[in-house]
Design a binder for this molecule. Sequence first.
Ligand code: HEM
Length: 370
Amino acid sequence: ENAYEFFGAHQAGITTPVQEHLHFAAFDMMPRTDRDDLITLLQDWTYAASRMTQGLEVSATGAVGGDAEVPPDDTGEALGLPASGLTITFGLGPSLFQNEDGDRYGIASRRPESLERLPAFLGDDLDPQTSHGDLCIQACADDPQVAVHAIRNLSRIAFGRARLRWSQLGFGKTSRTTSDQATPRNLFGFKDGTANILADDTAALDESVWVAASDEPSWMAGGSYLVARKIAMLIETWDRVRLSEQDTIIGRDKGVGAPLSGGDEFAAPDFGGSAIDANAHVRLAHPSQNDGIRILRRGFNYVNGNNDLGRLDAGLFFLSYQRDPQQFIALQRRLSTDRMNEYIRHVGSGIWAIPAGAKPGSYVGAGLFD
Ligand code: HEM
């Protein structure tokens, strides 16, 4: 059964083959916490994550091995379940470095210059209830119970130091990170992840995903930046759009996923002629139209029940990893004329610095406190 190494040069959950399920959570530090609280939280989270990703309980005594007169360390719902490909990826938000209380954790001077709340984009309709956060955790697994167990127990461990601000469940990956994964489909019914950066493309990862040793600040070397966007899809409207128009909006054909300029799914799109609309999503998002900018996409579908009008509250929980937040910002600005915008609304947003992976015996984010 699938268990991924927790410790390593990079955090797992970025190039790891995309799992089937997501539980994403954003946290805020509690008032009056100090630098030691933050450090011990990251240490405790690292320890628990290093165990859960191997299919173990959060501690040695776990759910039923401890004193029967106290609440168990582990909540127990993953007892008997394998690791299920669980990855747990930790991120640090801009508000952790600087907030109303000034420099409470003594890290303001170490904030990456580009780690700032994202600028407002045309058409943004952000809900503060599903945006931002001092810290984030991306838990991905092939079993939803395992992903939820991870977030639940990490929230519990954070008690008194950080509290859950918002969280989102996702299912059905909308991207792939290895060439042997078949391209999945998003809720518009289109293949998603065809032109993604893949795990074996080390040149592209070094160029576009991992922070280099020569980048600033040096404690971020081997890390990345994560952008999350909760993008609601107006799927009932979309479902009344003619197939040919759907193809035009995306710039690819729905069945095979091939660019409308011809060839198979993996053929390079040809933007020379008029086959691909001037405002088709893939044209505007393509590196050739954006000074070569690329990002690693790792999003998931979501459905949060339905609204009063009987419409599904559904969409794409977009997650992208990039070496610098500017890559996302430039692409998102370019998408301002995207034909797809009529059918989507960005309702949640966040950005986090993703430190490099921890060495055994150390913890995620240790470099920040050196
Ligand atoms: C490609 C859907 C939002 C960036 C694609 C493709 C689809 C798609 C179907 C073509 C297949 C592929 O290469 O993966 C969507 C949907 C979105 C969404 C349904 C929102 C609900 C975004 C956002 C960004 C983005 C917010 C970045 C700001 C890209 C990029 C590509 C792409 C970079 C690859 C372009 C290429 O190299 O050919 N998207 N997308 N997408 N999308 Fe999106």
